[in-house]
Design a protein around this ligand. Sequence first.
Ligand code: DGL
Length: 278
Amino acid sequence: MIEPSQKFNLANQPIGVMDSGVGGISVLKHIHALLPHEPLLYFADSQHAPYGNKTAVEITQRCFEIADFLIGKGVKALVVACNTATAAAIDALRDQYSGPGFNIPIIGMEPAVKPAAEATRNGIIGVLATVGTLKSAQFAALLESYGRNVEVITQGCIGLVECIERGELNSEETHTLVRQYCAPLLAHGADTIVLGCTHYPFVRPVIEQQVGANVVIIDTGAAVAKQLQKRLLKRDLLTQPLYAHQKGEVSFWTNSKAPTALQVIHELWGATAQISLL
Ligand code: DGL
């Protein structure tokens, strides 16, 4: 039985957010906007990015290491802000940390096929994601559940995560890759495109430029933040701020070896933050 004082303390613990690199910062922004009082801890596993061409076993190992790190820092909930890691490791993470003992809510994310199937006007949707996500059993199940009545064109975007990890949101290479990967979706007539990787919202302007204003682009970040809020509310785990405008502190850890690592995080986050190199 948890005493009310203990419960209060637990609610004021931070939320852990993890990704293969800096992509999950796109989700972190939605979480911070919706839940501004919450202290947030972000782990960028940039040294091991991209996850998209790793095996499920390798990704699961990485996820356990990061989850242990964040749980060691006392997080009350964990957001896997990575479609690829969710597909590969969410079941194993929940088995380990959501049951008795840790009892930590774990929120994952998957490409927004369902909202896209609802939004499409011509019944053709495109999904941009990593190769790992697209060939996962979870993605096959997603198509089976929500993709039956629409045509789904998928496109693995090799190399795009690496550009974003380098902070190249507008480079020639980024434009070339986006053009190359959007072309088959447009050729099939997709009127709705799902950003099935958390890195891609950072190049959304380039994608928009490529596909034009008539194509609807769907990102899952806001839905994940809402789901997190719902789960915390249900368990009475939302932070109790001391005053209304109190902002939760946001701290970053990265194991990147790139000399520009801190600068890239600063630029993508867009505000001052505490960043530690591991
Ligand atoms: N940000 C990731 C995702 O949502 C992973 C990208 C990668 O490391 O390949 O899928």
